[in-house]
Design a protein around this ligand. Structure first.
Ligand SMILES: NC(=O)c1ccc[n+]([C@@H]2O[C@H](COP(=O)([O-])OP(=O)(O)OC[C@H]3O[C@@H](n4cnc5c(N)ncnc54)[C@H](OP(=O)(O)O)[C@@H]3O)[C@@H](O)[C@H]2O)c1
Ligand SMILES: [Zn+2]
Length: 339
């Protein structure tokens, strides 16, 4: 059986290992994808550090995947070898059972392929996915440009379009990493008065280039007070990895405003009385299913939203991951399989 290069995590908290592995065989109902590019998402730390119960190791991380259909397994129709596809976390949520319709993707009976978590992901030359999980990548997008849209993109786009905020209202994006820099662009293109909130002055010019109307530097300004000066935020899209940074913006919500949590923080303290008096809410958002990814790709082509990427070959996975984890990447790191 021919082999392939892959990056695996041998155990929870273990190092990345660059290994030669057998090529995965697509069983019935699965498709083998020849990976071209895979974004490095902060959520890959869940796999790397074993932050989710029941992950089996060794495991190949990576859930921002773009590649070509290599081999459809038995019973798979409608997908042609060579066709360019993208896959995100939802490697196997069917998207149409009762649980999925409720948005309860973790209860999907067919969710046996949670990419990079319960099944091997895109830090490899080949991977398997269920056809229901695939989106078709428009010709206008290079593979490395499309890859981050499969998680960072769909999470922020799909969240923003489901908040109920209307064009002209103020939407703040907290955090300017992989998700945040896309969130700023989507919010601006959707017609919101977009406020970017991040640490330090160095990101201000970039935020404005991405379409931000205002920039708040949390190192020198109180973000809640600054948001209130702007009339309060109808929505705050919180992409940061720190709960205290989220707590610090809650006072900047407008009446009826909502903090949308997409950054994975375990707990968050909320100002309950303020929220009661001003009818505010805090809501979590999980990325989306394949049709949401499809919409994200097409909206990005239509509106010119692009991920700003630093591209590394697969072998440089440690360097790539470190740049993401220590916040140095501007703004998304993408691995490519070219050797
Ligand atoms: N809901 C979902 O479906 C979903 C999907 C994908 C990812 N996620 C989660 O979303 C979060 C962001 O992912 P990502 O890939 O965008 O990560 P990332 O590229 O590492 O960006 C994280 C950003 O958070 C900022 N940050 C961290 N601590 C902060 C603090 N105390 N104050 C202000 N900013 C702070 C960092 O700012 P600096 O640059 O200043 O350090 C960085 O820009 C992660 O928790 C990830 O697990 C959730
Ligand atoms: Zn992700």
């Amino acid at each position: 059986m021919p082999g392939m290069r892959a990056v695996q995590v041998p155990r929870a908290g273990g190092p990345f290992e660059i290994v030669e592995r057998p090529m995965p065989e697509p069983g019935a109902g699965l498709i083998r994808i020849k990976v071209q590019a895979c974004g490095v998402c902060h959520s890959d730390s869940v796999t790397k550090d074993g932050l989710f119960p029941g992950i089996q190791y060794p495991r190949v991380p990576g859930h921002e995947v773009v590649g070509t259909v290599d081999q459809p397994g038995a019973g798979v129709s409608g997908w042609t070898p060579g066709e360019r596809v993208g896959v995100g976390w939802n490697g196997g949520y069917c998207g149409h059972c009762n649980s999925c319709r409720r948005g309860d993707f973790f209860a999907c009976e067919t969710a046996t392929y949670v990419t990079g978590l319960t099944s091997d992901g895109g830090y490899a030359e080949y991977m398997l996915a269920r056809p229901e999980a695939l989106a078709r990548v428009p010709a206008e997008l290079a593979s490395a440009d499309a890859a981050p849209l499969m998680c960072a993109g769909v999470t922020t786009f799909n969240c923003l379009r489901n908040t109920g905020a209307r064009a002209g209202e103020t939407v703040a994006v907290l955090g300017l990493g992989g998700l945040g820099h896309l969130g700023v662009q989507y919010a601006a293109k959707m017609g919101f008065k977009t406020v970017a909130i991040a640490r330090g002055q160095d990101k201000e010019a970039l935020a404005k280039t991405l379409g931000a109307w205002r920039y708040i530097d949390t190192l020198t300004q109180d973000p809640a007070a600054e948001l209130l000066k702007l009339g309060g935020a109808k929505v705050i899209l919180a992409t940061v990895t720190a709960a205290d940074a989220m707590a610090a913006v809650l006072g900047g919500l407008a009446v009826n405003g909502t903090l949308m949590i997409v950054g994975a923080v375990p707990t968050l303290q909320v100002p309950a009385l303020q929220m009661l008096l001003q009818q505010q809410s805090v809501k979590g958002w999980y990325s989306g299913i394949s049709i949401d990814s499809q919409d994200t790709l097409e909206f990005s082509v239509l509106s010119g939203v692009r991920s700003m990427n630093e591209v590394f070959p697969l072998e440089k996975v440690n360097e790539a991951y470190e740049r993401m984890m220590n916040g140095k990447a501007r703004f998304r790191v993408v691995l490519t399989m070219e050797s």
